[in-house]
Design a protein around this ligand. Structure first.
Ligand SMILES: [Zn+2]
Length: 315
């Protein structure tokens, strides 16, 4: 069975799979990233995991994986296969594609092609081809987690922009002069509508320091007016961001994933209303939940590996 390695490196955990050409998962595994042991240990853990996955593939299918796709957070130079910077994992200008290629080389010196991708764009790619965006020509993928990230899907691929920052909807300013963002600006969408922002606001409003976005959603469903106010504040900011994106990109579908999207209709019903209230001339997008949950980036990394192989065949 022809297969590729798919690996998503997150802040705390790595998710991996062996992926067939049609995107079906042949094998799945997870491991901790080991960030607490330092950057060198993280890199070693990535290389070890990839090598073990290659062994797993050989053992199961009698042939080596044809390629590997690895998705990492932070700033990525996809063309040159360099993990430029990750605040979370501590590396700078890490030649990850080269390191993986060396580690995964066969006994006879045969090299394995390696694709390096950005975690959120890889997740968006997978949602577009295998998940909520299947069959959709133009979509916007938004992940509401610790921060807010996004990916612009066009014709089966993700538009990364000229410098790799395309789709960063989390840093669109929706409340000028608003809360200070990690990027240095004020009032960025992620300071208002990320899962972390909702957790902070709900902890403050409820007086419970352990309150989080999930408990806020439960309180919204129970009709707690303080929770409803916190929730609507985030929904309004998110709707402003989506409408801005709609004016610029005109996607037919907006796919919303990440921790906050786990709230389901508690998020999507008021969000769809808030978006449609704000539209003037723009055509309304379909606002739908992501389907692939936390395996999206890993699946997307595998798709990048398959794309790399098809490019090599046509080149
Ligand atoms: Zn920002």
């Amino acid at each position: 069975m022809k297969h590729v390695i798919a690996l998503d490196v997150g802040g705390t955990g790595m998710k991996a799979a062996l992926l067939a050409q049609d995107g079906s998962v042949l094998f799945e595994a997870r491991r901790p990233t080991g960030r607490e042991h330092g950057t060198d240990a993280v890199v070693a853990a990535i290389l070890d995991f990839a090598a073990d996955l290659a062994d797993e593939g050989r053992g199961r299918f009698g042939v080596a994986p044809l390629a590997a796709g690895v998705a990492v957070p932070g700033t990525i130079d996809e063309e040159n296969g360099i993990a430029v910077f990750s605040a979370n994992l501590g590396w700078r200008d890490l030649p990850l594609r080269e390191l993986l290629g060396e580690r995964l080389a066969g006994a006879g010196g045969t090299t394995m092609p390696v694709a390096l991708g950005h975690d959120v764009r890889s997740g968006g790619l997978a949602e577009g081809r295998l998940g909520a965006g299947r069959g959709v020509e133009r979509f916007l993928f938004i992940a509401l987690g610790t921060g807010i990230a996004g990916a612009i899907g066009i014709g089966g691929r993700i538009e990364a922009g000229a410098h790799g920052y395309g789709g960063e909807i989390g840093h669109v300013v929706v409340r000028p002069g608003g809360p200070r963002c990690g990027c240095g600006a004020r009032g960025c969408l992620e300071t208002l509508a990320s899962a972390s922002a909702v957790s902070r606001a709900w902890a403050e409003a409820s007086g419970d320091p352990d309150a989080d976005a999930a408990s806020c959603a439960v309180a919204v469903d129970a009709g707690d007016p303080r929770a409803v106010a916190v929730w609507q504040h985030a929904v309004d900011a998110l709707a402003d961001g989506i409408v801005l994106a709609q004016s610029l990109l005109d996607p037919s579908t907006v796919i919303v994933g990440g921790g906050l999207a786990e709230a389901g209709d508690t998020l999507f019903v008021p969000l769809r209303t808030a978006v449609s209230e704000r539209l003037t001339f723009q055509m309304p997008p379909e606002v739908v939940p992501a389907m692939l949950k936390d395996t999206a980036a890993s699946l997307g990394a595998g798709l990048l590996a398959w794309d790399l192989l098809s490019m090599e065949v046509t080149a």
